[in-house]
Design a protein around this ligand. Structure first.
Ligand SMILES: [Zn+2]
Ligand SMILES: [Zn+2]
Length: 156
């Protein structure tokens, strides 16, 4: 198993670590899922630290898209600390790229399909336009939207 995963398991015995198809934090199981095959890539290592960030902060539920964004920001702050601790320092540019991807996605969800006004979320799956009154539904958002890897990112 990956050396970093072994260290993390030892340092945080309350968190379970499990190999899976993508990087996620499952609050119900207190489990960080990671993609073993990807861990040779530094961006993947950062994703792992980000998920551990959610785990250490005890992130569970979120009320709406903007609360979700706040949790993402906090998880990256924690991941930055972990990056220093475990000698895998995270590029602040990468963090900004991830958060920008989130912001763009949230912004697009908030646009009224009828008049394109950026509107307010009224509950987990509903937005309502304050300009024309149209209501629309969105898929349930989730933590850690996959971030599309860019070509320039080097292997460790
Ligand atoms: Zn509208
Ligand atoms: Zn996240």
């Amino acid at each position: 198993m990956n050396k970093l995963v072994i260290k993390l398991k030892k340092d945080y015995p309350d968190i379970k670590f499990s190999a899976g198809k993508r990087f996620t934090w499952s609050p119900e199981d207190k489990m960080v899922v990671f993609k073993t095959s990807a861990l040779i890539n530094k961006v993947a290592v950062w994703s792992l630290l980000h998920e551990v960030g959610h785990a250490l902060l005890g992130h569970t539920i979120y009320d709406n898209d903007f609360h979700l964004l706040k949790l993402e920001v906090e998880a990256w702050q924690k991941a930055e600390e972990l990056g220093i601790k475990y000698s895998h320092p995270i590029d602040s540019e990468h963090i900004q790229d991830c958060l920008d991807t989130y912001r763009d996605w949230l912004y697009k969800r908030s646009l009224c399909p009828a008049c394109s006004t950026s509107s307010l979320q009224v509950d987990e799956r509903t937005y309502r336009c304050f300009n024309c009154g149209t209501e629309w539904h969105v898929s349930k958002s989730r933590l850690c939207r996959p971030y599309r890897l860019k070509q320039k990112e080097a292997l460790i």
